[in-house]
Design a binder for this molecule. Structure first.
Ligand SMILES: [Zn+2]
Length: 242
């Protein structure tokens, strides 16, 4: 049965109107309600690592993978307590050069500053059963990079995360959802087991594990939008620039 892989960025009070990418900031109350909905609908919210056997069709069960791109501190502060309360786990994809820093990569387009988790918070995130994945070193547009630099972003970020965690890092998320044949190959060769895009859809056994589709949850999604994103067979549509 295909499983939804939900994609969140920030869980916080949304910034003022006309702020770029405001739709990527989901209010903590909305996030809590969405997780309660999942539970009520009989879903188990799991990290990508734990959800993969279901996505591959090796196990059956009603699961939704929960992922957070960028490694924001507000996810640690506002989402983690909800996940713990409901017995859910999730995957965080970290911008490794900004661990303990902020969303520098977003600032050039006018996104307000938001802090990223520190190494200690990342370790706590993992110690509580959540997964740590890579989102490159610097949140670069991978297809635009020379091969050496793209490989460095993919390989080095994994090594640094493994040094912080003391365990293997299996998952990767392409910044801006931008990827292609070359990126997928580099990610596979670097030792990751699976990677997520921003292509819309539910993930199933027919998907390339290095190009898994996700469902982006946005600030103004109604519960009906959310429900649709959770339902298996959520229709495919062109990739968005998240
Ligand atoms: Zn990102």
């Amino acid at each position: 049965m295909p499983a939804p892989i939900l994609l969140y960025h920030q869980i916080d009070i949304p910034p003022s109107r006309r702020t770029p990418f405001r739709s990527m900031v989901v209010h903590p109350h909305a996030f809590r309600n969405q997780m309660l909905w999942l539970k009520r609908l009989g879903y188990r919210g799991l990290s990508l690592r734990e959800a993969m056997p279901y996505i591959r069709g090796e196990r059956t069960g009603k699961v939704a993978a929960i992922t957070f791109d960028d490694g924001f501190l507000n996810v640690f502060e506002n989402a983690l307590p909800v996940l713990r309360e409901l017995g859910f786990t999730a995957t965080g994809f970290f911008v490794v050069s900004q661990i303990g820093g902020s969303n520098e990569w977003d600032r050039v387009i006018g996104v307000p500053e938001a802090r990223c988790m520190s190494a200690a918070q990342l370790r706590e995130w993992a110690a509580l059963g959540n997964e740590v994945g890579s989102h490159t070193l610097d949140h670069v547009h991978l297809p635009e990079q020379p091969a050496d630099e793209a490989r460095r972003q993919i390989v080095r970020s994994r090594g640094m995360l493994e040094d912080i965690l003391g365990e293997e890092v299996l998952s990767f998320s392409y910044p801006y959802g931008q990827e292609g044949e070359r990126c997928r190959r580099m990610v596979r060769e670097a030792g990751y087991r699976y990677a997520t895009t921003t292509r819309r859809g539910s993930a199933g056994p027919g998907d390339d594990v290095f190009g898994l589709p996700r469902a982006t949850v946005r600030r103004n999604d109604t519960w009906l939008h959310f429900l649709k994103k959770c339902l298996a067979g959520y229709s495919s549509a062109p990739a968005s620039m998240d």
